[in-house]
Design a protein around this ligand. Sequence first.
Ligand code: ZN
Length: 72
Amino acid sequence: MGKLILIVLVFAFAWWILGKYRRSLTREEPPPAGAAEDMVRCAHCGVHLPRSESRASGEKFFCSEEHLRLHR
Ligand SMILES: [Zn+2]
């Protein structure tokens, strides 16, 4: 009887870990502060911002949708 409970507990624990692991895979982790992320320069106003937050157009990067539009 004690063995059965142990098996159930192990399965429940494994299921819980698996669920956590899957969630961590699908969730997009924000880059930690101060991470060595590429900084790009807005081709319109010259402000520096992380590449992930910029709008790219060919070789150039922009800080916002508006600056991208203005540059075209
Ligand atoms: Zn800009």
